[in-house]
Design a protein around this ligand. Structure first.
Ligand code: COA
Length: 194
């Protein structure tokens, strides 16, 4: 497996970077603004990670990103409170630390080269070190690439919310974090903290 160069961003710089690249990396962009990203991530544990790789001319560019944050039992933000409500019954919050995979994608022409695995493995190592118990992610039936990747990365489906169009059904997945997760890691990574 090749070597991956990852960069971990502080909040403000990371929010600007993510707001900029989401539009170009993800064919289903929700077009989050830097302010939206900042306001969700400030005052909670979070991680903004990017993988970088050189173009043919040697210029190093971001090719994959992943943004995650802590999700608590008593969220006040309406969107997060709603998410917690939907997860209750599938995820135990009390006395446990839950990490939520909020945003992530790999640039189309860089897919299938292990960048998302490298980001995921770095995130898991970070989360285990901080004492997180479980990582949760939400997607939709229609996002087959993401579902395929999450399957390979050993996420379990914990809930399905049906919709009139089954392509829009929401799929919730999770992975328990324990030291054994690290045993499955394969990527060689170097992380720069910007
Ligand atoms: C999902 C996505 C992030 C994967 O990124 P990637 O950099 O290509 O992933 P990787 O190359 O690191 O692959 C990780 C593992 O998942 C597997 N995988 C990746 N895409 C897959 C797919 N479409 N189907 C099946 N498996 C897949 C890979 O084979 C790899 O397994 P391995 O490490 O055992 O060989 C990328 O396809 C993407 O950005 N998709 C659009 C984003 C999206 O769907 N957003 C919807 C909102 S949730």
């Amino acid at each position: 497996m090749p070597h991956y160069n990852l960069r971990e961003y502080p909040l403000q710089q990371g929010a600007l970077e993510i707001a900029y690249i989401e539009e170009f990396f993800n064919e289903f962009p929700k077009r989050k603004t830097a302010n939206e990203i900042m306001s969700r991530l400030e005052d909670r544990e979070c991680q903004i990670l990017m993988a970088e790789a050189p173009l043919d001319d040697g210029t190093v560019v971001p090719v994959s990103y992943k943004v995650s944050h802590e999700l608590r039992e008593n969220e006040t933000d309406p969107a997060l409170a709603d998410l917690v409500e939907r997860l209750k019954g599938s995820v135990v919050f009390t006395g446990r630390r839950i990490l939520y995979n909020w945003l992530g994608a790999t640039r189309l022409d860089w897919r299938g080269r292990g960048h998302f695995r490298a980001l995921t493995e770095e995130q898991e190592a970070w989360a285990i070190n901080l004492g997180f118990d479980e990582v949760v992610v939400k997607t939709k039936n229609r996002y087959y690439d993401m579902r395929g990747a999450l399957d390979t990365l050993q996420f379990n489906v914990i809930k399905l919310e049906v919709a009139p169009d089954m392509m829009d059904a929401k799929v919730y997945l999770s992975k328990s974090l324990g030291l054994s997760v690290l045993d499955a890691h394969r990527s060689h990574r170097q992380v720069t903290r910007a």
